[in-house]
Design a protein around this ligand. Structure first.
Ligand SMILES: [Zn+2]
Length: 180
């Protein structure tokens, strides 16, 4: 680094350069910053919830891995894969009613499968291109927990197969549900 750079540049020249360079730069920075103002409240909301600390103590390591880090439980290992009781499957994270036993079917794929969600509004779908595949990821609309994927090879009436990790769900038997 040359510390002996010439210092004979006149003040007027420096001022002129500053005006020519800085004014458009400031304007550009201001314009670029404008659209970024909207997401700030979202970031603040996420920070307030402190999700990880709370969830790590509340969920098992597998439930945390699946719901928060988009993990997948090993096939045929989940507690609701071979489960046929009547009732409601709720989100393990927020308790939202996601799937009912009435839409559950035996897909033999190794994970609990449903041909529909409990309602159109409780599950969100987004394209997932990880692991060299193009799949439709499903998440809980209320809390964003990863649930699994949805495939177009399910039974009628929807033709869909919501392939869900047991680790994302908490089952509530129908009798218990009726008491509320
Ligand atoms: Zn949820």
């Amino acid at each position: 680094m040359n510390l002996q750079s010439p210092r004979h540049v006149s003040v007027a020249s420096v001022a002129k350069t500053a005006l020519v360079v800085l004014i458009p730069l400031c304007l550009l920075t201001y314009l670029l910053a404008m659209p970024n103002r909207a997401p700030v409240p979202d970031k603040a909301e996420i920070k307030m919830e402190k999700p990880n600390d709370d969830l790590k103590s509340r969920l098992t390591p597998e439930q945390f891995y699946v719901t928060q880090q988009k993990g997948t439980e090993a096939p045929f290992t989940g507690k609701y894969n071979d489960h046929h009781e009547a009732g409601m499957y709720r989100c393990i994270v927020c308790g939202e009613e996601l799937f009912t036993s009435e839409e559950k079917f035996d897909s033999h794929c190794g994970w609990p499968s449903f041909y529909a969600a409990a309602s159109d509004k409780v599950v969100d779908t987004a394209t997932d291109t990880t692991h060299g595949m193009v799949r439709d990821e499903i998440t809980c609309h209320k809390c964003g927990a990863h649930l699994g994927h949805v495939f177009p090879d399910g039974p009628q009436p929807t033709g869909l197969r919501y392939c869900v990790n047991s680790a994302s769900l908490h089952f509530e038997p129908k009798d218990e549900n009726a008491k509320k």
